[in-house]
Design a protein around this ligand. Structure first.
Ligand SMILES: Nc1ncnc2c1ncn2[C@@H]1O[C@H](COP(=O)(O)OP(=O)(O)OP(=O)(O)O)[C@@H](O)[C@H]1O
Ligand SMILES: [Mg+2]
Length: 212
C-alpha cells in the first residue's frame, strides 16, 4: 500500500468534515480524489503532505507514519519527499524561470545543466531568463512540472493542477505526471475534471465520506 489512511477524523471549529474514514491508495501510479467543493480534498492533501494534522487517526506513506512525525521531522519529510502542483502554479511571477526552479531544489543546488534538461523535458528549452509573468498558463504549469522533475519527490500532491488549463495543456500535464509516476513517484491529484480521472489509475470519491 502506498498511502494508507486509517480511522481519520477532521473537524474545523467544531464542525466535523469526516469521521473515522479509511482510504487506501493501492497502486503506485496516479490516483485521483474527486468530490464536491468542500468535501475536504485540499484538507486531506494538507494532512498527507504534513502541512496540517488529523484530529485522530493515522496516515502512512510507504513506511513513514506521517501522522506521528514531530514538527522538525515533518519539515524534513516535506523537503525530502513531497512535491506540489497547484491550479495557480505557485510560482513567483516577477522572477525568472531559473530563479523559480532554484527555489524548488533549495538546499541541494540544481546545476545549470540539470535545470536546462528539466526545461527541455517540458518543452521550454532556453526559457531560463524569461520572467514567469511573461509566460502563458500552460507554460507556467510546465515550469512547475520542471520543478518536480528536478526535485524528484517520492510523493506528488497535485491540487487541481489542470483547473486553469485547456484540454491540450491538461493532457500535457497528465503525460508529465505519468512520466514521474513511471519513475517511481506516487502521484495523487485532487480534481473536478473528467479528463484527469480518465487518465488516472484509481479514482476515490471523498464526497461519500462527508459528515458535515
Ligand atoms: N483552516 C481552515 N479553517 C476552517 N475551516 C476550514 C479550513 N480549511 C478548510 N476549511 C473548511 O473545510 C471544508 C473543506 O475544505 P477544502 O478546501 O478541503 O475542500 P475541497 O474539497 O478542497 O474544496 P474545493 O473543491 O473547492 O477545492 C470547507 O468547508 C472549508 O471551509
Ligand atoms: Mg480544494
Amino acid at each position: 500500500m502506498n498511502i494508507s489512511i486509517r480511522h481519520a477524523s477532521k473537524s474545523f471549529g467544531g464542525r466535523s468534515l469526516w469521521e473515522n474514514i479509511n482510504i487506501d491508495f493501492p497502486t503506485a501510479g496516479i490516483s485521483c480524489i474527486t468530490g464536491v467543493s468542500g468535501s475536504g480534498k485540499t484538507t486531506l492533501f494538507n494532512c498527507v503532505g504534513a502541512l496540517d494534522t488529523l484530529d485522530s487517526g493515522t496516515i502512512t506513506f510507504r513506511d513513514v507514519e506521517i501522522s506521528s512525525l514531530r514538527s522538525r521531522q515533518r519539515r524534513l519529510f516535506r523537503w525530502a519527499m513531497v512535491g506540489y502542483l497547484f491550479q495557480d502554479y505557485a510560482l513567483i511571477p516577477d522572477r525568472s524561470v531559473s530563479y523559480n526552479l532554484a527555489l524548488a531544489t533549495e538546499g541541494r543546488k540544481a546545476t545549470r545543466e540539470a535545470m536546462s534538461m528539466a526545461l527541455d523535458d517540458v518543452g521550454l528549452a532556453g526559457f531560463e531568463r524569461k520572467k514567469v509573468h511573461e509566460l502563458s498558463g500552460g507554460e507556467q504549469q510546465c515550469v512547475a512540472l520542471a520543478r518536480l522533475i528536478l526535485k524528484k519527490p517520492s510523493l506528488i500532491l497535485a491540487d487541481e493542477p489542470t483547473g486553469a488549463l485547456d484540454d491540450s495543456n491538461a493532457i500535457m500535464v497528465m503525460k508529465k505526471l505519468r512520466g514521474l509516476a513511471d519513475d517511481g513517484a506516487t502521484v495523487v491529484i485532487a480534481t473536478h475534471s473528467r479528463l484527469v480521472t480518465e487518465h488516472s489509475d484509481v479514482s476515490i470519491d471523498l464526497g461519500k465520506f462527508i459528515t458535515a
